[in-house]
Design a binder for this molecule. Structure first.
Ligand code: GLA
Ligand code: ZN
Length: 678
């Protein structure tokens, strides 16, 4: 049995950097005492510790790590041991400048920062292999070792000569001939036909940015090259410790947590044993409500659960503020427990922090941490963390449970890249990821569980699949959709779907025939509106505002569910429904506000019996999420508002956090949370 499988606790703890404190033995001793107080049981070690582990080339120092691992073990804790490749010692950059990244302007970077090595450099690969092998040989059998944490937040690209060569090899493998590449990239446009492979270069603002097929393939290559580097990192680790799970920490983009843009995590997730990720929502911000942000947190956590169809880990989060938001606001009292339990509610088996102890110097000295510069357990943040520690112990029964969902929303990285790159529509209003968040919101408000999947996912398990704005869609996906609907599935797609194929070439002869057959319509034009322009659509005797995009639709067998009110396409269909085999395909032709999406999906959810039977009378700001085993479920009831809320549920239950019996009428304080077991 693997240690990870034997672990019955939810993980609580986080990044711990004792290597920054080796000159402060009293601090290290205090850390251990505080860990026990905070009910922290798991620590990620060694993430940026290379210069401490190998202070000079070939000179290794493990005594400090031996000691801290032994101490954590003695305390009954776990170690998530990292490989140190996320940042490197100065001697390495100085002696082997090829390890430094070259940016898209072909400038070789200087030593400094982190997350900035070349993924192709043979020297970097060699040096990483040496240190990783030492770590696995020394600690592979360590009783505290729970998991491997490979590098840290892989990201970015390198444009050096090694990477260019690798890119060309990757292209040769994909296209075989230069003719095929020229065709796929639409070579003759602006005379971009290549006559020799050596002419192909990565995109650069000093050179090529207009060949969309090139841009798209570069992004795919960067994902593959990063995964290749990761595979290189884990070679010895996998060989020596086949039973220790391997992860690398993923991210999200922007303060609003849209899916990470620069690597295709759909691909990457196939190579890790467990998905883990770093979640930093900007709670209490001045651009949206608490529920707005909570819904986005729900979306992205559902995505990381769905990608591998198993529980995931929150590898990093902050006990209070971060240091890199525009404004680094403290979590209000209660928000730390609420937001921590929300992670668990969506399928995380951990809440780990960045970081355990606040750094004394450099750029993260004001980043929130469990232990502040005051070195005290008396402060509010430490107390709230301790409360989370106790709470995770009380709800540990949920560990390992999944979450049943019948609705799948498709997010596709290649589509996102191609759509962002497209010079057309309106650059400001594409908002692909945000559009998915808006569709998701209708389900979150109604407490209907959702999975966020990719076009590759098995669709058969869903009663409803939602695929908005699939601008790039492969023929294979069209076939898959058709098969899914024919077998009885319900599919919803929208405006800006069905433009280009997998190499970003447009489909010829009108909207793709396969989509025409599936949706029973032909999209004749897409009207892009100015930000202040509005139209309306009439649907079920109500009128809804329309903005940004209007597809002009010709019916070809579909039934019209709603039509435009204004402009040269007034009275024409804006929303359609088409029966194919045992299922139905819906097309929403225009971008609307939340009101339409909510009404549309509420009707569909009722028709398909997707509504949550446990929630008799919910509230949009109160999120109910369950963690499910075959026979039983645990319900997380979370108030993401600043007011007292009351909801009604189907059963009486016990609140695992307090032991209290809870009636069917549940009252929640502002930011209140309960974990209910009927
Ligand atoms: C990332 C990194 C951490 C730390 C945090 C700060 O998630 O992985 O090392 O810098 O950001 O929020
Ligand atoms: Zn490189």
């Amino acid at each position: 049995m693997r240690r990870y499988d034997l672990e019955t606790r939810l993980l609580h703890g986080g990044d711990y950097n004792p290597d920054q404190w080796l000159g402060y033995p009293e601090i290290l001793a205090k850390d251990l005492a505080l860990m026990e107080k905070a009910k922290a049981n798991t620590f990620s070690l060694g993430i940026f510790a290379w210069s401490t582990l190998e202070p000079e080339e070939g000179v290794f120092r493990f005594d400090w790590l031996d000691k801290i691992m032994a101490d954590i073990h003695e305390m009954g804790g776990n170690v998530i041991l990292a490989t140190p490749s996320g940042a490197r010692p100065a001697w390495l950059s100085q002696k082997y400048p090829e390890v430094l990244r070259t940016n898209e302007r072909r400038e070789k970077q200087l030593h400094g920062g982190r997350h900035n090595h070349c993924f192709s450099s043979p020297v970097y690969r060699k040096k990483v292999a040496i240190i990783n092998k030492k770590l696995v040989e020394r600690y592979g059998n360590h009783p505290a070792l729970l998991m491997w944490h490979i590098s840290n937040e892989y990201s970015g690209d390198c444009h050096c000569d090694y990477c260019q060569e690798n890119f060309r090899s990757w292209l040769k493998q994909k296209y075989t001939t230069l003719e095929a590449l020229n065709e796929a990239w639409w070579g003759p446009f602006w005379s971009h036909t290549y006559s020799d492979w050596s002419q192909v270069e990565s995109p650069s603002s000093l050179g090529e940015t207009m060949v969309h097929g090139l841009n798209l393939d570069w992004k795919r290559f960067v994902t593959d090259q990063t995964i290749d580097f990761y595979q290189h990192e884990i070679k010895d680790i996998r060989r020596v410790t086949p039973n220790i799970p391997i992860t690398t920490n993923f991210m999200a983009d922007t303060n609003d947590l849209i899916p990470f843009q620069s690597l295709d995590y759909g691909e990457f997730s196939k190579h890790v044993d467990i998905i883990s990720w770093d979640c930093y929502p900007a709670w209490h911000n001045d651009w949206g409500t608490t529920a707005d942000l909570a819904s986005k947190v729900g979306f992205i956590n559902d995505q990381y659960r769905s990608l591998k169809q198993q529980p995931f880990l929150i590898m990093e989060s902050t006990p209070s503020s971060v240091n890199w938001h525009d404004v680094n606001k403290a979590k209000r009292p209660g928000m730390h427990l609420l937001s921590s339990l929300q992670f668990i509610a969506h399928g995380s088996d951990s809440n780990l922090y960045f970081q355990w102890r606040k750094s004394r110097g450099s750029s993260e000295k004001f980043h929130g941490a469990v232990v502040d510069h005051d070195n005290s357990e008396e402060n509010r943040v430490f107390q709230e963390v301790t409360k989370v520690g106790h709470s995770l112990e009380k709800i540990k029964a949920v560990k390992g449970s999944y979450k049943k969902a019948k609705v799948g929303i498709i997010f596709d990285w290649a589509n996102n890249w191609a759509l962002e790159d497209a010079q057309g529509f309106s650059q400001q209003s594409k908002r692909y990821a945000q559009t998915l968040q808006e569709h998701y919101r209708s389900f979150w408000n109604a407490d209907i569980p959702v999975e966020v999947i990719t076009p590759e996912s098995d669709l058969g398990k869903y009663d409803l699949v939602i695929a908005p704005m699939l601008y790039l869609i492969e023929e294979e996906t069209m076939d898959k959709f058709t098969e899914y609907v024919t077998q009885g599935g319900r599919l919803v797609s929208t405006y800006v779907t069905g433009y280009v194929n997998e190499t970003d070439l447009t489909y010829l002869n009108g909207w793709p025939k396969k989509l025409q057959k599936l949706f029973g319509i032909a999209v004749k034009e897409t009207d892009t509106l100015y930000p202040k322009d509005r139209n309306q659509l009439n649907y079920q005797s109500k009128s809804y505002e329309v903005q940004d995009y209007c597809s002009i639709i010709e019916l070809k067998g579909a039934q019209s569910l709603g039509s435009y009110v204004q402009d040269f396409y007034a009275q024409q269909s804006a929303v359609t429904k088409h029966t194919v085999g045992a299922g139905t395909a819906y097309y929403i032709g225009a971008r609307t506000a939340q009101d339409f999406l909510t009404d549309f999906y509420t009707a569909l959810a009722q028709e398909l019996s997707l509504t949550n039977p446990w929630v008799v009378a919910g509230h949009p700001d109160v999120s109910v999420q369950s963690r499910d085993f075959e026979e039983e479920s645990y319900y997380f009831v979370m108030n993401f508002s600043e007011e007292i809320q009351i909801i009604e549920v189907a059963e009486e239950s016990t609140d695992l956090l307090t032991g209290e019996k809870i009636s069917k009428h549940i009252q929640l304080q502002p930011y209140g949370v309960k974990v209910l077991h009927p």
